[in-house]
Design a protein around this ligand. Sequence first.
Ligand code: HEC
Length: 203
Amino acid sequence: MKCQFVTFVILSSFCFSLYNCTGSTDNTASSADSGISASNPYAGFPSQVEWGKHLVIIAGCGDCHTPKKMTDKGPVEDTNLALSGHPSQAPVAALTPDQLAKGMAATYDLTAWNGPWGTSYAANLTPDSTGLGAWSENQFITCIREGLYKGIQGARPLMPPMPINNFSKMTDNELKAIFAFLKTVKPVHNVVPEYQPPAGAGK
Ligand code: HEC
């Protein structure tokens, strides 16, 4: 049977960059949108959804949130499963504590990550009920702006490698455009596994 996944260990330099991405508490995102006006509400794009699509592409949401197919050119995004998160039944990289001390691991499709923070799984961002189907726009903005699971006050913080420290700087209009686009993608039913803290961590 063909190997379903490979794992790799990314050493400390990438690890540091992730901590830099998530470690800051400076979430003072600007609500100013340069160039946005009544006559140009979508940054030059014909609609809010088109602008959101552009932002999702350039921000690389699919790099982690879209499962991949292995091809002779390497992994490519599985467009049938676009933005549907870590597939519920897919295996996860398992590392020994010694290996984890040297870095972290991810499945080849980058939807599941294992590091000193535990195991995190890229969420289902499609409008299915197992994704963002029941989310409000405000919930989405709070989630990204404050790095809170499901955008609920008091919920746990989102874990690496979700680049919260970068995306929290998006403006309200950018986040609204992204949310509007995500509401238009094909709904995919996929219950993403729950985040697991590191083995041995206190509750
Ligand atoms: C480098 C990988 C990576 C990239 C790029 C990325 N994400 Fe994530 N994202 C994750 C992981 C992993 C999680 C799960 C974190 C957790 O459970 O703590 C996550 C969680 C989320 C959540 C929280 C879902 C919930 O149930 O609370 C949302 C919303 C989200 N991502 C949206 C986005 C959007 C929108 C983009 C692009 C603008 C994006 N992500 C780019 C890895 C990534």
